[in-house]
Write a new protein. Structure first.
Length: 118
């Protein structure tokens, strides 16, 4: 298993968009988590190998998770970004149960910073 590697973070203004990417080995479930300073890491979205996705309520309608199984790449398209979205974003992969729980994931990337200014 290759450790996931994220890219695509950056600094934007509120209302703008960013697209995160993550390259990892082939796994059943892949997800995005985020952690803001002083807060616990929380699930943002996850998707299984069949393309079934699930989102946190705070990002529904704004973020879209997708994956390219041929390239072993996970994406997170983030639109209408808000200052509250500022966090380190982590890519994670799981061989088993696909969920929004941190404990389900076996492999983690180092993270990519997303900063949204008002």
């Amino acid at each position: 298993q290759v450790q996931p590697v994220e890219s695509g973070g950056g600094s934007v203004n509120a209302g703008e968009s960013l697209r995160l990417s993550c390259v990892a080995s082939e796994t059943y479930c892949m997800g995005w988590f985020r952690q803001a300073p002083g807060k616990e890491r929380e699930g943002v979205a996850h998707i299984d190998s069949d393309g079934i996705a699930s989102y946190a309520d705070s990002v529904k309608g704004r973020f879209t998770i997708s994956r390219d199984n041929a390239k072993n790449t996970l994406y997170l398209q983030m639109n209408s970004l808000e200052p509250e979205d500022t966090a380190m974003y982590y890519c994670a992969a799981a061989d088993g149960l696909c969920s929004g729980s941190r404990g389900s994931y076996n492999y983690w990337g180092q993270g990519t910073q997303v900063t949204v200014s008002s």
